[in-house]
Design a protein. Structure first.
Length: 229
């Protein structure tokens, strides 16, 4: 029997409540759900743990069970983190997929950005340069993550966004966010500058070329090797 084909009364209940509701909402207590769904509390608790791991619900002592808005990230991250612990080279495979995913969605994503998004991208680049040129020098990792996710946030595709978010979780877990070769960081943000300048000027093809060159930098950075977890 395939485990993932075993029906979950609780997941079916969550899906139905999501169809009928908006955003997140509080759910009945375990005893009430057990009676309503016709499953034992013990079985329901097992199904609840699965839902928690997938990011569908959160459970707190005082507020009880709350259904969360759907995100793909938790499911991807559960699997990806396990895969990388088995073999750190799996990060490279995932990073390669992320590279092609960003390239494939570049034109669609950038075309959907607003003027406000343009200003936000410019502000991230400016803040990153301030960190790199300051005393002491600081690594603009959070700006790096926000920059890439902002470009793709208007797609309205939770699966694309979930994969990209999982990449940055793995990036941080692998220690790449503390990588401090100054010349490498300068080169990265030079390409970020080119990307945002192209976006703001409407030259999406020039931005696309900058993106492709930029994403190759990770594989050619000084001392590059597979991350160790």
């Amino acid at each position: 029997m395939n485990y993932w084909r075993v029906p979950s009364q609780f997941l079916a209940y969550l899906a139905k409540s999501a169809q009928n509701g908006h955003g997140d909402e509080h759910l009945p207590a375990m005893n009430h759900l057990s009676a309503e769904l016709g499953v034992s509390v013990a079985r329901l608790r097992e199904q609840l743990e699965v839902a928690k791991a997938l990011g569908f619900v959160e459970v707190r002592p005082r507020t009880g069970i709350r259904r969360l808005p759907y995100r793909f990230l938790p499911a991807v991250w559960q699997s990806l983190s396990y895969a990388i612990k088995i073999d750190p080279k799996n990060f490279e495979a995932f990073a390669d997929m992320r590279k092609h995913l960003e390239a494939s969605y570049w034109h669609q994503a950038v075309a959907s950005l607003t003027e406000e998004d343009h200003r936000a991208l410019l502000a991230l680049v400016e803040r990153a340069w301030e960190k790199l040129r300051g005393t002491p020098i600081r690594i603009p990792h959070e700006e790096h993550r926000q920059f890439h996710l902002l470009i793709y946030k208007r797609l309205g595709n939770p699966f694309v966004l979930g994969i990209l978010e999982a990449y940055w979780e793995a990036y941080e877990a692998s220690g790449l966010n503390v990588y401090a070769d100054y010349n490498y960081l300068q080169e990265v943000w030079t390409y970020h500058q080119k990307m945002v300048d192209a976006i703001c000027s409407g030259d999406l093809d020039a931005g696309y070329q900058a993106l492709l060159t930029h994403t190759d930098l990770l594989y050619h950075r000084p001392g590059a090797n597979s991350p160790e977890w």
